[in-house]
Design a protein around this ligand. Structure first.
Ligand code: SF4
Ligand code: SF4
Length: 249
């Protein structure tokens, strides 16, 4: 307390949410010690961000000038009908993990109750994965408005319709628009008729069948990677800058 660090009403140090520096320059906090109960994932992220600040502090650089975060998208298409992930739609309901019969459990109290899945069942469960890291990406200039993607979409989340205001567009969707908080994807006008491709993101199950079926590759499935810079990236950038200066000198 005598070090000159300010504490808040919860008796934890006041910390800058970007740099994780306390009110005493050069002293950093993260995780529970600064923000109260959080999970381990947050604590690790705070550690990474504080490490960037420490690196900058030691180099006499401004702590807030940090490398930007980014998202990278890369096509998952490997060949004519080949994708780097399993693209299919299986409407099978979630399977319950089988348990030992109740009578047997009473006969033997230290028995393992959950039997787990067989290898085949586990494979089926994995196939229900929604591939959240794979995004549908649309190229309006390639679309020939053949409707094949609309026919095959298992959840009716695609519609091609005339331009209209937002309320009219919502009424023209193939499936009812239920999640009012979710924005619709609305494409640029299509080349042939000027109509719009609309996708209800709330319904899409990322199965990839639209991209598989499209004859012109107007739909693609692209793997998204969130890029979060860490201290090592800041260091590498500093090294690159030094090399440039040395070269110029
Ligand atoms: S990826 Fe989405 S839009 Fe494409 S067919 Fe599957 S559910 Fe429909
Ligand atoms: S299948 Fe391809 S070309 Fe046909 S309407 Fe869909 S996006 Fe357009």
């Amino acid at each position: 307390r005598d070090l000159g660090i300010e504490f808040d009403k919860w008796e934890v140090p006041v910390v800058d949410p970007v740099t994780f520096e306390s009110t005493k320059p050069g002293v950093f906090f993260g995780g529970d010690s600064a923000f109260g109960p959080k999970n381990i994932i947050w604590a690790v992220e705070h550690g990474h961000q504080a490490a960037i600040s420490m690196h900058k502090y030691c180099n006499g650089e401004p702590l807030t000038e940090r490398l930007p975060r980014g998202v990278n998208l890369q096509s998952a298409k490997m060949g004519m009908h080949e994708w780097s992930y399993s693209n299919n739609f299986d409407p099978v309901a979630r399977r319950l993990v089988p348990n030992v019969d109740l009578r047997k459990r009473f006969e033997k109290l230290n028995i393992e109750v959950e039997l787990g899945f067989t290898a085949e069942q586990a494979v089926e469960e994995v196939e229900r994965c929604l591939n959240c890291d794979l995004q549908t990406v649309f190229f309006p200039n390639l679309c020939i408005e053949c409707d094949a993607c609309i026919d095959i979409c298992p959840v009716d989340c695609l519609t091609i319709t005339d331009k209209a205001d937002e309320d009219e567009l919502k009424k023209s969707l193939k499936a009812p628009f239920l999640n009012k908080d979710q924005q619709l994807f609305v494409s640029e006008p299509l080349k042939q008729t000027g109509r719009l491709m609309i996708k209800d993101e709330n319904l899409c199950v990322h199965c990839g069948l639209c991209a598989e079926r499209c004859p012109t590759a107007a739909w693609d499935m692209q793997k998204s990677t969130v890029e979060i810079p860490y201290a090592i990236d800041e260091m590498n950038q500093d090294d690159a800058k030094c090399r440039q200066v040395r070269k110029a000198g």
